[in-house]
Design a protein around this ligand. Structure first.
Ligand code: CAA
Length: 259
């Protein structure tokens, strides 16, 4: 088992909890964190004593504020494409296809890659303060961890288009109304609610649950995910991408030229 720097793991009464723990960076997903998450999900999925996995973020502010912008801002097209492809394989597709049910306990901002991780999970519960969105186009890039596909699958194409093109964040009540999450509770009740949901899942057959996960997933085709990887890479060739990410680190509004 690898040594974790950016996540915490715990097993308690059949529930494996993974907490993403870079609160100063709002739990942004850098390469190392994605590798650690892959390892933790894999270990928990293999462990007989883990029946349900809960993933959450540390602190009271963020679940995950996205992929780590500072890590990818100087990438070229190939590196951009690889970032999306490897991330999808290691984490997002991996989680979606696990045998063990995964509950995302969304405790604050779930943006970009953070919302994409929640979307790849099997069940989503949010705290009242949670804010969800895919703000990538405000950075001159597009969602690259399956968001263009899974958001549209989950809430419908029209609402997904609106969310992706405006880059707006939705509050928890709106997310509930959209069917983006199935439950909203006060922050101090979030983990208890997720635990209770996990206990409920544990009453049913793990074998049948893993077959049900595979069967539901089988209805969603893969072509769109491949297109997303290529289009994500294409964004990295643009001036808008340089400007959008630079503006983020300089804490100013970007001046997009469409080039
Ligand atoms: N990547 C890297 N660092 C991030 C980050 C991210 N996605 N989100 C937040 N941080 C960092 C900030 O840079 C800041 O670091 P410093 O203190 O070193 O400056 C720290 O976390 C705290 O953040 P803020 O000071 O910005 O906190 P705030 O309360 O003012 O704003 C926020 C909160 C609105 C969530 C804002 O942080 C934000 O807009 N974050 C970026 C959200 C985003 O665009 N996510 C999409 C990323 S792209 C992606 O995910 C691509 C993909 O699909 C593969």
């Amino acid at each position: 088992m690898m040594n974790y720097e950016n996540i915490l793991t715990e097993i308690n009464e059949g529930i494996g909890t993974i907490t993403i723990n870079r609160p100063k960076q709002l739990n942004a997903l850098n390469k190392r964190t994605i590798e650690e998450l892959h390892d933790a999900f894999e270990q928990f999925d293999k462990a007989d004593k883990v029946r349900v996995i809960i993933v959450t973020g540390s602190g009271e502010k963020a679940f995950v504020a996205g992929a780590d912008i500072k890590e990818f801002m100087n990438f070229d097209e190939q590196q951009g494409r690889d970032l999306a492809r490897e991330g999808q394989a290691l984490l997002f597709d991996f989680v979606q296809n696990l045998n063990t049910p995964v509950i995302a306990a969304i405790n604050g901002f779930a943006l970009g890659g953070g919302l994409e991780l929640a979307l790849a999970s099997h069940i989503r519960i949010a705290s009242e303060n949670a804010k969800m969105g895919l703000p990538e186009v405000s950075l001159g890039v597009i969602p690259g961890y399956g968001g263009t596909q899974r958001l549209a699958q989950m809430i419908g194409k029209g609402r997904a288009m609106e969310m992706v093109l405006t880059a707006d964040m939705k509050d928890a009540a709106t997310a509930l109304d959209y069917g983006l999450v199935t439950e909203v509770v006060p922050l101090d009740k979030l983990m208890e609610t997720a635990d209770n949901k996990a206990k409920k899942l544990m009453r049913n057959s793990p074998m049948a649950q893993s077959l049900a996960i595979k069967s539901i997933n089988a209805g969603y085709y893969q072509e769109g995910f491949k297109a997303e990887i290529n289009l994500f890479g294409q964004a990295f060739t643009t001036e808008d991408f340089k400007e959008g990410t630079q503006a983020f680190v300089e804490r100013r509004k970007p001046q997009f030229t469409g080039k």
